[in-house]
Design a protein around this ligand. Structure first.
Ligand SMILES: [Zn+2]
Length: 212
């Protein structure tokens, strides 16, 4: 089995929650579901449409604030950003607009038009775990971001304490890729980022370096 991120031959395969077949890459530390378990596009769209979080739901805003608050110190007024993988209701983009930043949004199912210009910042909340092809998605994100721009990622990372045999995060059939803190070090070195901040076990703020 080849790693869906770095292309290395995966050394370890094992069963997770409910017998879900998983692979763990010893090179980039990505854990991913067996490709046979990837949902169809129809199943994905159906499930995402069910996640229609209303923006007047305070709980959902609190959830998104976990990514927004650590990002704000890196933003200046007038900056333009992108809510990448926003789902059917771009709540985070609205929260950014309210905070004084211009924010557009993109979702391959619901808002499939990408912005023409490169962005000052990109927010990717609860979308990395859905990536079938994380390297291709990182390439796209990097192309969309200006040099020195920030990329904030929120996804539940696994660590040495994670019990894959009983991890709720695996149960959603659209969750297919699981990142370790070290996976982000791999992403940084391959795609030219540095880690700015790691608040908690879900959020990481990366900065795109200028390649000289
Ligand atoms: Zn790998």
């Amino acid at each position: 089995m080849t790693c869906s991120l770095c292309g290395s031959e995966v050394g370890e395969s094992f069963s997770g929650t409910e017998g879900i077949k998983l692979h763990r890459c010893s090179n980039c530390w990505l854990v991913f579901k067996d490709p046979e378990l990837q949902p169809s596009a129809e199943e994905e769209e159906y499930r995402y449409a069910q996640h229609n979080n209303s923006d007047d739901c305070p709980g959902y805003r609190d959830f998104l604030n976990q990514a927004l608050e650590p990002t704000l110190p890196y933003l200046d007024f007038g900056m333009e950003g992108l809510d990448f993988g926003c789902g059917p209701n771009p709540v985070l983009a609205r929260m950014l607009d309210e905070a004084g930043y211009s924010c557009t949004y993109y979702d391959p199912f619901f808002f499939p038009d990408l912005p023409d210009d490169r962005q000052d910042f990109i927010m990717a909340t609860e979308c990395f775990e859905h990536f079938f092809a994380p390297a291709a998605e990182m390439k796209l994100l990097t192309a969309l971001l200006r040099p020195h721009g920030t990329l904030t990622v929120m996804t539940h990372r696994w660590d040495e304490e994670t019990d894959f045999s009983n991890w709720w995060y695996l149960r959603d059939p659209t969750h297919v890729s699981f990142f370790h803190r070290k996976t982000f070090d791999y992403l940084c070195s391959r795609f030219g980022y540095q880690v700015e901040e790691v608040p908690g076990d879900k959020v990481i703020v990366l900065r795109k370096m200028v390649v000289v």
